[in-house]
Design a protein around this ligand. Structure first.
Ligand SMILES: [Zn+2]
Length: 155
């Protein structure tokens, strides 16, 4: 299942809170939420194109979201980066894929699967543990073979 919200337990007050928010709305602490086991079998969606950011802004936001997602217990991420041959979608995709190639986020990302190789029977898919293969196979139809996205497996 794909999720866009990260709910984690506050270590101070024990309430469920949005892990993307630094401050707890219940007790106002700034402590990072505890990892949520419910997130370990879900795919967290990051839309890098939202708001049409400049490339470096998009990658900065990505780094922050990866850090928070990892802290919240997320194991897999679907990054939407578009694939326009011109314009910002294409630029973000090129910069992001280059970053992956050069292990820019090696402390967060163990493995990745370009959307275009997300197809039943592909070698890239076959190399992943079975439960992760299943998660990817269960992605919404439009995700299969889609060059505008990349699936990340977290460290
Ligand atoms: Zn709290």
């Amino acid at each position: 299942m794909e999720v866009r919200k990260l709910m984690g337990l506050c270590p101070d007050c024990g309430n469920l809170r949005d892990a993307l928010e630094d401050r707890c709305p219940f007790c106002e602490c700034l402590a990072a939420p505890l990892p949520n086991p419910d997130l370990s079998d879900k795919i967290f969606v990051i839309d890098l194109e939202a708001g049409m950011p400049a490339v470096e802004d998009a990658l900065e936001r990505l780094e922050e979201l990866l850090r928070k997602a990892q802290g919240a217990g997320v194991r897999m991420v679907k990054v939407i980066h578009g694939y326009g041959s011109s314009g910002k979608g294409g630029l973000i995709r090129a910069a992001f894929r280059e970053g992956l190639l050069f292990h820019r986020w090696a402390d967060r990302i163990r493995d990745y699967l370009p959307g275009e190789s997300v197809k039943a029977g592909s070698a890239a898919l076959h190399g992943l543990p079975r439960h992760q293969q299943q998660l990817i196979k269960n992605l919404k139809g439009g995700s299969q073979g889609n060059p505008g996205m990349t699936i990340l497996v977290m460290v």
